[in-house]
Write a protein that binds this ligand. Structure first.
Ligand SMILES: [Zn+2]
Length: 506
């Protein structure tokens, strides 16, 4: 099957084919019946609801020479010409690409000629809000003194950008988003007509993903059948770039258990759309919150949140909203999500078990962090060179100070170090980070210089700084032990922010 074929094949061609806009169809059909046609119509509503389809049907109906009760006959020469696209009195203009006064002047000149093939010359202007102010003025002039055989159908997704003077000269119709039931009905019909073997749960996923748009639902179904109609649910998830509720619950439950690293890796490997994932998660947590507050039964059985209060859930929601906001300016969505997940872990005081379990026995972890006095003592080590192991221990014990030392330089850098480890070989100091992105940022000349200086000041050694990525690195500080983390990770940052502070050019 070719691309978009479903959308074209099942595009409504008569009033009776239109689903879910009865309030509009009834009025338009009645006008055809009573032969009471206005000069201007304004169709307003979100994309993918069939505004242009209905405009075409209406244009057809008012030109049909044998309408049946306001419906198109589909057999007269006018109907045939319109269905074939050869009806020269139907002119469709995309205002997104023809938005200037010259385009409108051209229309104005042509309106002086009577229709050639039918009773009405119909102009459908899509995305009309894109017209320039001059073009709107030109359009207004036509609408003020319209030739009786000319009909304008203006379609827009943003009615507030259309001048009131234009709106007031049109009959306005507001399109409703398609209901779940309507879209389901349409998909079921097509599945039967086309003999498709699409699984019910995939069909439901398509309905959920289409957000009230018929066009989106058909484009998404097309994506599935272009591969194969009987694919498993998991494959459909990845093709549609969505996270199913099952996956989301799974993922959050793992995060509540502290397995943040493995979950981030899972998200990175999948083709989950981060924005969709966060939105869907918000939806779930909103339900959870209602449940927590009202104690009414709500279908949240899949999420292990019995240990958390309504306040905790509000925290999660706030963090996710912030992340969603941040996504819009970030070119690296996974980073926004990752930071959000770390924030959630911190907010809920969840131990990151992945790290803790894999951590080798290490005094600096099991013991509470050393007091400042202890640290000062440790600093007085005279001969540290040539004793890598011992030196490593000393530096580990002062890792918190190193992080503190980078805060004034760049608090993102301190955030990265707090999730990292290091190793020493002679005078090579290799920072081990969990993500490539950290490496990119820490390898920047300025960051490395700063690190060199800190180490030199603290230990009197001239290290050469390297950075390597190791997904399962055990950070020297566990998030729970590190109070300094709180100030660091609370700020949601974007990649562009980071590029700024690290002076990286795009
Ligand atoms: Zn006809």
């Amino acid at each position: 099957m070719g691309r978009e074929i479903l959308y074209q094949k099942y595009r409504p061609r008569k009033f009776k084919d239109i689903i879910g806009q009865d309030h509009i169809v009834k009025v338009l059909q009645n006008e055809v019946l009573k032969n009471n046609i206005a000069n201007g119509y304004l169709f307003f509503g979100p994309r993918g609801l069939g505004k242009t389809s209905i405009a075409r049907i209406f244009a057809n109906a008012i030109n049909c020479s044998n309408p049946q009760n306001g419906e198109i006959c589909g057999e007269c020469s006018e109907c045939m010409a319109i269905q074939e696209g050869s009806f020269i009195d139907l002119i469709e203009i995309d205002a997104a690409s023809n938005r200037g006064i010259d385009d409108i002047r051209d229309i104005r000149n042509r309106t002086y000629f009577t229709p050639v093939m039918g009773r009405f010359k119909v102009y459908i202007i899509d995305e009309v809000h894109m017209l320039t102010p001059e073009a709107f003025n030109g359009l207004l002039k036509i609408l003020e003194e319209p030739p009786s055989s000319v009909v304008f159908i203006l379609a827009t997704t943003e009615v507030h950008k259309v001048p009131k003077t234009i709106v007031s000269r049109c009959q306005r119709f507001d399109f409703n988003p398609a209901s779940r039931e309507d879209i389901l009905k349409q998909l079921n019909y097509i599945i039967k007509e086309e003999n498709l073997r699409i699984k019910d749960e995939i069909r439901d996923l398509i309905v959920a993903k289409s957000e009230g748009s018929f066009r989106d639902s058909l484009t998404n179904m097309q994506k599935i059948i272009n591969v194969r109609d009987d694919m498993p649910y998991e494959e459909a998830l990845s093709i549609l770039g969505v996270s199913g509720e099952r996956e989301i619950l799974d993922l959050w439950n793992n995060i509540f258990e502290g397995n943040i690293d493995s979950e981030i890796e899972r998200i990175e490997k999948s083709s989950i759309n981060i924005a969709t994932f966060i939105k869907d998660s918000l939806d779930i947590f909103r339900k959870v919150l209602i449940y927590k507050v009202t104690k009414e039964d709500n279908d949240i059985s899949g999420l292990n949140v019995s240990n958390y209060s309504a306040g905790d859930i509000v925290n999660i929601i706030n963090i996710l909203i912030k992340a969603l906001d941040n996504l819009r300016i970030s070119s690296l969505p996974i980073l926004s999500l990752e930071i959000a997940l770390v924030e959630v872990i911190n907010a809920l005081k969840i131990n990151n078990s992945t790290r803790v379990q894999s951590k080798p026995i290490d005094e600096s972890v099991d013991k509470p962090l050393m007091s400042k006095q202890d640290r000062r003592k440790k600093n007085h080590i005279d001969d540290v060179e040539g004793q890598d192991e011992n030196l490593e221990e000393v530096i580990k014990s002062r890792w918190i100070d190193i992080i503190e030392g980078t805060k004034s330089f760049n608090h993102h850098m301190s955030g990265f170090l707090s999730r990292s480890s290091f190793e020493i070989n002679k005078n090579n100091f290799t920072i081990i980070v969990p993500f490539q992105f950290y490496k990119d940022m820490l390898m920047v000349e300025k960051s490395r210089e700063h690190m060199v200086n800190i180490l030199k000041n603290m230990f009197n050694i001239n290290f050469k700084i390297n950075v390597k990525v190791q997904k399962d690195v055990t950070p020297i500080l566990s998030p729970l032990n590190d109070s300094s983390l709180n100030g660091t990770e609370e700020t949601v940052i974007s990649e562009s922010d980071l590029k700024d502070v690290f002076d990286i050019e795009d």
